[in-house]
Design a protein around this ligand. Structure first.
Ligand SMILES: NC(=O)c1ccc[n+]([C@@H]2O[C@H](COP(=O)([O-])OP(=O)(O)OC[C@H]3O[C@@H](n4cnc5c(N)ncnc54)[C@H](O)[C@@H]3O)[C@@H](O)[C@H]2O)c1
Length: 255
């Protein structure tokens, strides 16, 4: 496959690049972190091309797709994975902060998808974006992040309808708490990590590779009849709301 991966310098995007880099794939890796991107690409070798872009730039889709075509001659899949997190109560946030997080977490996927569309038509390819468990669970302090990811999921569902007849499959993967450079500082606090892991039925944080496995599955031939879905990679955390309230324990049976 010829695959574009955004946010490839770190965390989940890096894990996707490394997973695909061991196979007979060609990759166009992109990130705004030039040094991190170079290190990932160098470790993979000549199969990996690089394009340093800021996904907040309105030109990012055209720039990235042009680089991908120059390196790979076509596009079979887009992994739109890069994202940023910003924490503050909504009343304290600014228009500039709103525009920045939506530009990167939501708009960039549309821009890349739009630029890649004719090439995905030609390959009957796939698009997978990384959303978040926060897209469906309001998350204290992360109002812009959660809502930008909710919009991303709906954007991809819309695309799955519009592009279905072109044979293009479009889905999202939603990680729950995952140990990556984005979250590392928080989860290296052992008390916080234990508190979070106690909420996860599988008893541990996700790792970047856990999420990459789902992404690679969705872009690949084994997901040939799957589109418009969101795969939660959360260790079961989303099912743990009622148990966490203590609901169902210590109650009298009624008849
Ligand atoms: N780690 C988690 O717990 C978690 C949970 C849910 C969702 N996610 C999502 O997973 C995706 C990957 O996150 P991660 O945990 O690997 O984070 P990460 O910070 O390790 O990696 C994100 C990468 O995206 C790049 N990036 C950020 N803004 C960019 C921009 N404007 N232009 C170009 N590149 C940019 C960064 O440089 C970085 O290399 C994100 O969309 C994130 O929202 C992560």
């Amino acid at each position: 496959m010829r695959v574009i991966v955004t946010g490839a310098a770190s965390g989940i995007g890096r894990a996707v690049a490394e997973m695909l880099g061991t196979g007979a794939h060609r990759l166009m890796l992109t990130d705004r972190d030039a040094d991190g991107l170079r290190a990932v690409a160098d470790a993979i070798g000549s199969a990996a091309g690089t394009c340093v872009t800021d996904l907040g730039d309105p030109e990012c889709g055209d720039v990235l797709v042009a680089a991908a075509l120059a390196h790979m001659g076509g596009i079979d899949a887009v992994v739109s994975n890069a994202g940023i997190i910003a924490g503050a109560p909504l009343v304290d946030q600014t228009i500039e902060q709103f525009d920045r997080i939506y530009a990167i977490n939501t708009r960039a996927t549309w821009l890349i998808a739009k630029a890649a569309h004719p090439h995905l038509v030609a390959s009957r390819g796939a698009l997978v974006a990384t959303a978040s468990l926060s897209a469906t669970q309001p998350t204290p302090g992360l109002g812009f992040y959660s809502s930008s990811k909710a919009a991303l999921i709906m954007l991809i569902r819309q695309l799955s309808l519009e592009w279905g007849r072109d044979g293009i499959r479009c889905s999202t993967v939603s990680p729950g708490p995952t140990y990556t450079p984005m979250t590392q500082a928080g989860y290296d606090d052992t008390e916080r990590r234990a508190q979070r892991e106690a909420m996860i039925p599988l008893g541990k944080l996700g790792m970047a590779q856990d999420v990459a496995n789902a992404i690679v599955f969705l872009i690949g031939p084994q997901a040939s009849h799957i589109t418009g879905i969101d795969i939660l990679v959360d260790g079961g955390m989303s099912n743990n709301l009622m148990p966490a309230t203590g609901s169902g324990t210590g109650q009298r049976a009624s008849s």
